[in-house]
Design a protein around this ligand. Structure first.
Ligand code: CAA
Length: 389
């Protein structure tokens, strides 16, 4: 039985900051951010968006009535959840109006959570071929103003519907995972900002990629020429390229050119959003699938998932016949075009605006936010959500 990705939804907040302007404000040459890091725009989450609303908005655009009846498992991958106990999946289940007899959980391991969710979903569908699983990767990447990681922040979510006989991509069964207890990036429970050893995290990302790729080749007998494209977890768009470059010389000139060109296409969305942690790899896949004009059905796409701390995985999928017809190219073009730029000063004010943590109530103005699902306030320590539909 074929199991894989049947639909892909995406959401990012309606405002962004321009990386050239952020560079000027930070006394950095703009090319460092746009070329060295590889980011043009960075999504800015308003206070009315959190990982739950971003995830729910991403899922909203792909879920129809038949899906609502078939989804029996919601897996919410996030590392910026809103509660230490209750899962974000339960809020999303409610906001989307899914059927009561469904399982809902939150899965965490840094940026790897959605990949873990996809593998769990695959196993679930293998045992229950009629079921559909909603897997969401949703995050707000926060390092802090004027920090080394600031240029690699972002916000957004990707929602994937995993089912039998998928219309976009069948996931292959070969996959190689790797785990090692390292401290390259983490976020203690008391902090709303990530802590990171930037250079070490880059080195570990590359080393994890090399190790899982080598083992994957050994186990499958496949090589670079068997892949039409490779998508990477993209904390910033230069990162995957740095990893890919370390293995490219094994391939012919033609294969190298193809992989480099497809890599470029796979970074276009991420370049304008920033890091969305758990969703980043899948945003890159979406960028490749929606913006390429030469990748045919039957092509194999490699995917490298990396969650600091660290868990990495290399796996692959085969594109289905007419996969393009099941993508929301126009909707995503409109989403990008409808965004508004904020100044660096406005971004800083929005960044500093946080919800009360002392038990006091707050009512938020949701009229400024064009999203369908918003956070409208906090009452007795409980987040209040609205679906404007
Ligand atoms: N023109 C062109 N390029 C320039 C330039 C200019 N004027 N000035 C600098 N650059 C280049 C540098 O040469 C460098 O390129 P290479 O890496 O290819 O050599 C690049 O810009 C970045 O410069 P620095 O290394 O000096 O940048 P930095 O020290 O300020 O920090 C960073 C970069 C470490 C990524 C930092 O932003 C950071 O800590 N980010 C958060 C951590 C992160 O994203 N890690 C990635 C791996 S971990 C992961 O993947 C999980 C996750 O999601 C967090």
């Amino acid at each position: 039985m074929k199991i894989g990705i049947d639909k892909i939804g995406f959401y990012t907040p309606h405002i962004y900051v321009d990386m050239n302007k952020l560079a000027v404000a930070r006394n950095v040459e703009p090319e460092k951010f746009t070329i060295g890091i590889g980011q043009d725009k960075m999504a800015v989450p308003p206070i009315t968006q959190d990982s739950v609303t971003l995830g729910a908005n991403a899922a909203l655009e792909i879920i129809d009535q038949a899906d609502k009846e078939a989804i029996d498992f919601v897996i919410f991958g996030t590392e910026t959840g809103i509660d230490h106990s209750k899962s974000g999946a339960v809020y999303i289940h409610h906001l989307l109006g899914l059927k009561p007899n469904a399982r809902c959980v939150e899965v965490k391991h840094a940026c790897y959570g959605a990949t873990a969710g996809i593998q769990m979903a695959k196993g679930h569908v293998a045992l229950n071929p009629e079921s559909k699983v909603l897997v969401i990767g949703s995050d707000i990447a926060r390092y802090g103003l004027n920090t080394g990681g600031e240029s690699t922040q972002g916000a957004g979510a990707v929602a994937l519907l995993i089912s039998a006989n998928p219309r976009i991509m069948t996931l292959e069964n070969n996959s190689v995972s790797l785990t090692a207890d390292i401290m390259d990036f983490w976020r203690p429970l008391y902090s709303d900002k990530a802590l990171v050893d930037g250079k070490f995290s880059n080195e570990q990302y590359i080393s994890f990629f090399q190790k899982v790729w080598e083992k994957y080749k050994e186990e499958t007998g496949m090589d670079l020429e068997d892949f039409e494209a490779m998508c990477y977890h993209l904390p910033y768009t230069k990162m995957g390229l740095k990893a890919m470059r370390t293995v490219l010389e094994d391939a012919s000139e033609e294969v190298q050119e193809r992989l480099k060109e497809h890599y470029r296409v796979s970074t276009l969305y991420n370049r304008n959003v920033g890091n969305i942690y758990t969703g980043s790899l899948y945003l890159s896949l979406l960028s490749l699938l929606e913006l390429n004009d030469d990748i045919k059905a039957g092509s194999r796409i490699g995917m490298f998932s990396y969650g600091s701390g660290a868990v990495g995985e290399f796996f692959s999928g085969i594109l289905e016949e007419n996969y393009k017809e099941h993508l929301l190219v126009k909707e995503h073009k409109d989403l990008f075009e409808s965004r508004k730029e904020v100044t660096v000063e406005e971004y800083e004010q929005i960044f500093e605006k946080t919800l009360p943590t002392d038990g006091s109530n707050i009512e938020l103005d949701i009229n400024e936010d064009s999203a369908t699902i918003c956070l409208s306030g906090l009452t007795d320590d409980m987040r209040q959500y609205v679906n404007k539909m």
